[in-house]
Design a protein around this ligand. Sequence first.
Ligand SMILES: NC(=O)c1ccc[n+]([C@@H]2O[C@H](COP(=O)([O-])OP(=O)(O)OC[C@H]3O[C@@H](n4cnc5c(N)ncnc54)[C@H](OP(=O)(O)O)[C@@H]3O)[C@@H](O)[C@H]2O)c1
Length: 258
Amino acid sequence: MKRFAEKVVVVTGASRGIGQAICAAFAREGAKVAGVARGDLVETETKVKNAGGEWLGIQADLSASTQAAAAELVGQVLERAGRIDALVNNAGIIRRAPAAEYSEADWNEVLRTNLSAPFFLSQSAAKWWLAAGREKSAAEARLKIVNIASLLSFQGGILVPAYTASKHGLAGVTKALANEWARERINVNAIAPGYIATENTRALREDARRNQAILDRIPENRWGAPEDIAGGCLFLASADSDYLNGAIINIDGGWLGR
Ligand SMILES: NC(=O)c1ccc[n+]([C@@H]2O[C@H](COP(=O)([O-])OP(=O)(O)OC[C@H]3O[C@@H](n4cnc5c(N)ncnc54)[C@H](OP(=O)(O)O)[C@@H]3O)[C@@H](O)[C@H]2O)c1
């Protein structure tokens, strides 16, 4: 029996990068994966099906995140898949500019996508769990919420004030929700990825000096792969982490230990 057979897992930011690798990893373990993004989800759908999972694609713009939109999205998953066993709040954006010139539009878009959307989606999923979900589930079943935080949940970064604020906020929300919901059989935890080779970090990898400086500081001496994050995500969505609440696990090749 695969670890996530008959489980429904919602993954935001599923069209590429870390989110796509998370979808494929859940699919290999037999999950039904509901993948959310604005763009084309065909590549992820193919990977999920090839890995033996079921697929449910949802096109949505999380930067327009409101409580009502999150409830609508969660409602769509429940209508089409019947339940939610895990929610992975992975979608995120980064906008770089000097703080003195940082635009209001960028500030709002980053905060809405990286912080408001995870909160409202978690809230909607938890509402369903508390009202009906846990009653329909096995006695030991739990709702698992995994937030994808960042090293900038701990550090300040340079030229990315909105991103840093959003990821510090997401770490705080992870703890706040865990404190309230642990007794309700909801686990809320986060992963703080280090430097992972995705679209999000292309500019850094293409800048030879920054690239070398980053590599020099990583004890593993390599960029992480999206699959490095997916393994931790499966752990946080599985029964192996039932006694883990409000934790932020660094998967960073040792960066924060330096
Ligand atoms: N890469 C790293 O080194 C690194 C390090 C620390 C943390 N992280 C975090 O890991 C997460 C994934 O990052 P990544 O590196 O995989 O980035 P990525 O390759 O740029 O992928 C981001 C994903 O989020 C989706 N997304 C962005 N804005 C969205 C919106 N408004 N509505 C719905 N979906 C949206 C994108 O899909 P569409 O564009 O199709 O909507 C895409 O699927 C982010 O939260 C990021 O902050 C990444």
